[in-house]
Write a protein that binds this ligand. Structure first.
Ligand SMILES: [Zn+2]
Length: 438
């Protein structure tokens, strides 16, 4: 295979795709869907556009297998988050290439994944590889604002998707050390549950020159002070235990036993303080509470009659929500009313003893022998929650090699991808798909 030519092709496609502005809101993903349709049509791969609401388009293409095994779903999203143009070195919707990097909104999140998945399908088709499974490419609308017009809609309206045995989506990658050596292959098989609360404190309005104890702002602040000091208990899922266990060999000798049995490790006070000072580790180990919105009063000399706050809580899958809520209320005290405003279903992690996970592990082992392949519990939410809800075994993994610094450009300024990742990612996906579907 002429990989230089294929890399040029993938690069050109990604540039074209980034030039289609699909900032959500409003999304306008239909233009991205049409972009893919043109390519799949020209390669004679059957595809179809869905547009459940004007402009909110998704595209589904299927490379047929013989049906002896169930399909694999290759997911990506067309929409991107807004940009602060002033902060960018290059215009974010032009696909500028500089020093081997392609810059643009969506370069990592998540347009490159769509391109790599498409390239894998095109190559399998061109090479006439016979498949046991259908490979379903699905580029979707509306991931960045909740999935209503994308995957969530599709799960209710596109029955063929439900036949998928496995799905691959965004969320994990190969993390590199600063020197460029691989640190870990992170494959997410679970994510935390969203549980958002609105708090309200009521009081008595009055002139600020005469303070009184019925000031709702003061009540709210005191309650929040008590709640946000809460160190929620550890709740260690088997998949998280495995994550730390697999990282153990990379730790300095005195920390290794703590990683090998993270439950015991956390009993060591100084280790647990050190470990949970890392926000990602901390989020994987316990329910978390973020105070995100505070509202109260509008004038310097007026005590308002009401104030409110919003808490974004993320719970370990399977955590008892009622118990959690009860404890939140107890800590807030009687001065504050609590209402649950957003809550998603708790979904168990996708299993790891599957053909698909083993195929990824095998490929990783061949590539970087000894580098840990770790399951991740994602603190944030992706569209994978809609797939897991339908029983589809879903892994969040994109085979790109990224440094922490590159990852920081996701949703930030100067989002970029090293072009070599397009070659590496396409090759990797091709290898994994051949292993499990050919
Ligand atoms: Zn994304």
């Amino acid at each position: 295979m002429d990989w230089d030519r294929l890399l040029k092709e993938a690069t050109r496609y990604l540039q074209e795709y980034i030039r289609i502005e699909t900032v959500n809101p409003p999304g306008n993903e239909i233009e991205g869907a049409r972009f893919f349709k043109k390519i799949f049509d020209s390669e004679a791969i059957p595809c179809q556009i869905f547009e459940p609401s004007p402009g909110r388009g998704s595209l589904l293409a299927t490379l047929k297998g013989d049906g002896s095994k169930r399909p694999i779903l290759l997911l990506s999203h067309i929409d991107v988050v807004p940009v602060e143009k002033e902060g960018w070195e290059f215009p974010p919707f032009e696909g500028v290439i500089k020093d081997g990097y392609l810059y643009g909104r969506g370069a990592l999140d998540n347009k490159s994944m769509g391109i790599v998945e498409m390239m894998a399908l095109l190559i399998l088709k061109r090479e006439n590889i016979s498949l046991k499974r259908d490979l379903i490419f699905f580029a979707t609308a509306d991931e960045e604002t909740g999935g209503t017009w994308g995957v969530q809609w599709a799960m209710d309206n596109v029955p063929s998707l439900m036949e998928a045995e496995y799905a691959l989506n965004e969320g994990g990658e190969i993390i590199l050390n600063e020197d460029g050596s691989p640190n870990q292959y992170g494959i997410s098989n679970a994510q935390k549950d969203i549980f958002q609360l609105k708090l309200k404190a009521k009081g008595r309005a009055g002139h600020a020159s005469m303070p009184h104890p019925e000031n709702p702002n003061v009540k709210l602040v005191h309650s929040l002070e008590a709640l946000t000091r809460w160190e929620t208990p550890y709740h260690i899922l088997p998949t998280v235990k495995e994550y730390f266990y697999k990282l153990a060999p990379k730790q300095p000798p005195y920390e290794r036993p703590f990683f090998e049995d993270i439950g015991k490790g956390l009993n060591d006070p100084s280790f647990s303080v050190w470990l949970t000072s890392n926000p990602i580790f901390n989020a994987m180990l316990r329910n978390t509470i973020s105070l995100t919105v505070l509202q109260g009063g509008s004038k310097a000399n007026v005590i308002p009659s009401e104030s409110s706050a919003t808490l974004d809580c993320r719970l370990i899958p399977g955590a008892n929500k009622e118990e959690f809520l009860k404890e939140v209320k107890r800590r807030l005290g009687d001065d504050v009313e609590v209402e649950v405003i957003v809550e998603n279903d708790s979904l168990s992690p996708s299993p790891l003893d599957t053909e698909f996970f083993k195929a990824i592990e095998e490929w990783a082992g061949g590539h970087d022998p000894g580098c840990p392949v770790v399951p991740l519990l994602l603190p944030g939410a992706t569209d994978s929650r809609f797939l897991r809800k339908q029983g589809i075994v879903t892994y969040d993994f994109i085979p790109f090699r990224l440094t922490e610094k590159e990852l920081m450009s996701v949703h930030g300024n100067n989002e970029r991808i090293e072009l070599e990742n397009l070659r590496f990612g396409t090759k990797a996906l091709l290898e994994i798909l051949k292993n499990i579907a050919a």
